[in-house]
Design a protein around this ligand. Structure first.
Ligand SMILES: Nc1nc2c(c(=O)[nH]1)N[C@H]1C(S)=C(S)[C@@H](COP(=O)(O)O)O[C@H]1N2
Ligand SMILES: [Mo]
Length: 402
């Protein structure tokens, strides 16, 4: 039986080849049989880079989803307050793996692009699925890396809300990646199984495989070195590709999101400034800056960990958020919403019960021993352990208990 099946299979392969032979005169330019001569366009190298990309994309995807969950938490999800620097690490990984994927992806595309001219253009259903999946895979990957890098520079030359576009593109890309890996698994396994010596050919005058992989690794290292300084202080001096550098800015740290003229005016009229504590409370509060300064002050070292990768630890001093909630007659395990006096981006922020109960979650009045600079949220800003930078609302006006 098996033999017969093989024979039929071989027959049909032969007749397919014969039928295709009629189209052979279409094989011109890159479609010619030996159009690409570099041995670097090998399945083995493509598979190796594919594995590296699979790893970097997976880390980037998981840490990105996590960041989204934290910022828009569904009912079943509670982001803890400890360890203090966890988000700093996961988001640092998100940005670092995104950056490292750029040279990896370019190298992978260069190695694999001759296969776009494979002959015949479609050889079976699996091949068709694999080829079609390249559109969302390559398109999605380029879109993610491009928008990610521009977002870090806070440059938005597009009309959609960045997180939404980035989020959906990530799902599309990962879906296409799963299809691609499924379709390619056998080929890749064979290519990787082949002996190294066989695969280590070299074109006269061309780059060796080792040289090529060395160049790709070098490019990844260089990108990481020149961006990792935005969160890893020993590399600060090298961080010339990072738009936000720790240590640079008013009071010694960067500003993300500046106050508009109206906010500056309101913030500086400290005689009329009032912090409201309202919502599900039995004693709504209206506190002046002096009132706040007269309350028990708490100090803690906490990082600002921005979604775009920069982070820096600072010494904060202010009033514990839970103290205010309790003063207003609400339980210390409430959920609260903190609202800025500047309407617009990042003007409301949720604090879950776990975060609220953490003694280091506070409304800060001072940083590194000085009252906050207006760019950093004067007179009052939210800061807490293990919170994404975007959720540390500046120029706080209202705390509302949900
Ligand atoms: N109201 C308001 N709060 C805000 C922002 C903002 O644009 N508006 N930016 C957020 C972001 S993205 C970060 S990383 C931190 C940065 O704080 P900093 O500017 O004091 O460094 O503030 C957050 N709080
Ligand atoms: Mo941020």
């Amino acid at each position: 039986m098996v033999c017969v099946a093989r024979l039929v299979q071989r027959r049909s392969a032969v007749s397919t080849r014969r039928r295709l032979a009629r189209f052979d005169r279409l094989r011109v330019g890159p479609l010619k049989a030996e159009a690409f001569t570099s041995t670097l366009h090998s399945q083995r190298l493509a598979a190796l880079l594919g594995i590296a990309l699979g790893v970097s994309f997976s880390i980037c995807f998981v840490t990105g989803l996590l960041s989204d969950l934290i910022q828009t938490p569904p009912a079943w999800f509670t982001w803890p307050a400890r360890p203090v620097g966890l988000y700093r690490v996961t988001q640092g990984l998100h940005v670092a793996t995104g950056f490292a994927s750029i040279p990896l992806l370019l190298a992978k595309l260069w190695i694999a692009y001759p296969r776009l001219w494979a002959w015949p253009p479609v050889a079976g259903l699996l091949h068709l699925v694999e080829r079609v999946s390249l559109i969302p895979l390559v398109g999605g990957s380029l879109f993610l890396l491009f928008t990610g890098v521009l977002n870090i520079g806070f440059w938005y030359p597009w009309g959609f809300f960045f997180p939404t576009g980035h989020y959906w593109a990530a799902w599309i890309t990962i879906g296409a990646l799963v299809v691609h890996i499924g379709a390619k698994a056998t080929i890749a396994r064979h290519a990787l199984g082949r002996s190294r010596s066989l695969a280590n050919g070299r074109m006269p005058g061309g780059l060796t495989r080792r040289g090529f992989l060395g160049a790709v690794t070098g490019a990844m290292g260089l990108i990481t070195l020149t961006t990792a300084g935005q969160t890893f202080s020993p590399l600060r001096g090298l961080a010339f590709l990072a738009p936000y550098v720790p240590g640079v800015g008013p009071q010694g740290f960067p500003v993300v999101g500046t106050p508009n003229a109206d906010t500056v005016k309101q913030a500086q009229q400290i005689g009329t400034y009032r912090l409201m504590v309202s919502g599900a409370v039995s004693r709504p509060l209206e506190l002046s800056l002096e009132d706040l300064q007269a309350l028990l002050q708490h100090e803690a070292d906490l990082p600002i960990s921005c979604v775009n990768g920069w982070s820096q630890t600072l010494r904060w001093k202010g009033v514990r958020l839970a103290d205010l909630v309790v003063m207003a007659g609400a339980p210390s395990d409430s959920s609260v919403t903190v609202q800025s006096l500047q309407p617009g981006t990042y003007d409301v922020s949720l604090v879950n019960p776990v975060q609220l109960q953490d003694p280091d979650t506070m409304l800060a009045l001072a940083v590194n021993g000085e009252p906050l600079h207006v760019d950093h949220g004067f007179p009052v800003r939210l800061i807490g352990p293990n919170r994404p930078g975007v959720t540390n609302t500046k120029w706080v006006q209202r705390v509302s208990v949900d």
